[in-house]
Ligand binder design. Structure first.
Ligand SMILES: NC(=O)c1ccc[n+]([C@@H]2O[C@H](COP(=O)([O-])OP(=O)(O)OC[C@H]3O[C@@H](n4cnc5c(N)ncnc54)[C@H](O)[C@@H]3O)[C@@H](O)[C@H]2O)c1
Ligand SMILES: [Zn+2]
Length: 354
């Protein structure tokens, strides 16, 4: 088993092991004060794992109830959120009972926000079942639902009490969902872990990849839990990626958009003289090896217009995460015109150095 200890406002463990789910009953028995657990999951995950979960939970001494949502981003809604709160109240959930988010990032964000707000906050466990959830959304305590005005606009910081990650569950992911998670893993390598980046081109055990990714994220979360400083490095590829998602009306998945966002900012970083061409080539090769498209069909102008609406914009400037080397990315505050230049350079075809 790989264990990562998280030390932020709450201390908790991330346990990563192939087949760890078999021990779920006894793990839950560690929480002897809990009389009821509510497992929140989605229909896809429930469809695949229902039998297994029922079986392993025979060993659990507490009562277990389930709440199953529709799969997909549309479930991160105000309506779904309120329905779960009502369900818990109807089932007389108290502050000593516990939620379990069993699924991908959608389940984790929604169940996490329910846990953050039901009775002003109850404990919850994350059992991420996608790679993205394992390396990203289950770590760090950000929970959220979407509003009509945009994604993740209502939420709270609420850390889980434990994260249990069974890498065997990734075997049932579709190819696209699996690949999406790797966009975030590549991101961590470029932000602060050159060794992780190198491991991605070798055939390394998925648990090692997950552990290193979680450590890369944990480091930033521990430094800056509430996202006002270095945690913003996690936005590498996301400022431009987010604009790509909107320009394409969510036709590109998050991972695809982030991969293209990383390419744009890396290419611009070479043009600005920050990133060595050799590192750029390595980034390009790794992203291509995961069969991501390298650039969107949108113009710099179009992406710039969308970027102006970014909630992370600070008046006349915007902070972009720029790779200076693999494993060394930095926050760079750009005037809006400079950010536009980045887009122009980042989307330029046949630059001299290429
Ligand atoms: N809180 C954070 O810090 C944070 C960070 C990154 C992303 N997010 C959020 O995460 C969400 C995306 O998460 P995601 O990519 O995991 O998407 P998801 O939860 O929608 O899962 C993707 C698909 O895979 C299915 N699935 C899940 N586990 C499976 C398994 N083991 N086998 C087969 N199918 C399975 C799901 O039913 C779904 O159809 C977004 O809403 C995003 O905003 C949050
Ligand atoms: Zn992301």
């Amino acid at each position: 088993m790989q264990i990562v200890d998280i030390n932020c406002s709450k201390k908790y463990q991330i346990r990563i092991e192939k087949g760890i789910i078999e021990n779920l009953g006894s793990i839950l028995n560690e929480y002897s004060a809990v009389s009821k657990f509510c497992i929140i999951t989605d229909k896809n995950v429930m469809g695949i794992y229902e039998e297994k979960i029922n079986h392993v939970l025979l060993k659990c001494n507490s009562e277990i109830i389930y709440y199953v949502i529709e799969p997909g981003e549309k479930s991160k809604s105000g309506e779904a959120y309120l329905e779960i709160l009502e369900f818990l109240a109807k089932n007389e959930f108290t502050r000593t009972d516990m939620l379990i988010a069993f699924g991908g990032g959608v389940v984790g964000d929604l169940a996490g926000f329910v846990a953050a707000s039901y009775l002003r906050g109850i404990d919850f466990i994350q059992i991420p079942t996608t790679i993205l959830a394992a390396v990203d959304s289950s770590v760090g305590g950000k929970t959220a639902i979407n509003l009509k005005a945009g994604k993740n606009l209502a939420g709270a910081f609420h850390q889980p009490v434990m994260v249990i990650c069974d890498s065997e569950m990734f075997n049932t992911l579709t190819k696209d969902v699996r690949r999406d998670g790797f966009a975030e893993v590549i991101k961590y390598g470029i932000i602060n872990d050159a060794e992780l980046f190198d491991k991605l081109s070798e055939n390394v055990d998925i648990e090692v990849i997950i552990k290193k990714s979680v450590l890369a994220k944990a480091k930033l979360v521990e430094e800056d839990e509430f996202d006002t400083g270095s945690r913003r490095l996690l936005n590498l590829g996301h400022t431009f990626g987010h604009a790509i998602e909107i320009a394409g009306e969510y036709r590109y998945s998050h991972g695809e958009a982030v991969a293209m966002g990383i390419m744009i900012v890396s290419k611009a970083a070479v043009a600005k003289g920050y990133l060595a061409k050799n590192d750029y080539d390595k980034i390009k090769n790794l992203i291509s090896s995961y069969e991501f498209d390298l650039e969107p069909e949108f113009t710099a102008e179009k992406l710039y217009e969308i970027m102006l609406l970014d909630k992370k914009r600070e008046g006349k400037s915007i902070t972009v995460v720029v790779p200076f080397a693999i494993g060394d990315s930095r926050l760079v505050k750009l005037k809006l015109e400079e950010a536009k230049e980045y887009l122009v350079e980042g989307l330029k075809q046949g630059a001299q150095w290429m």
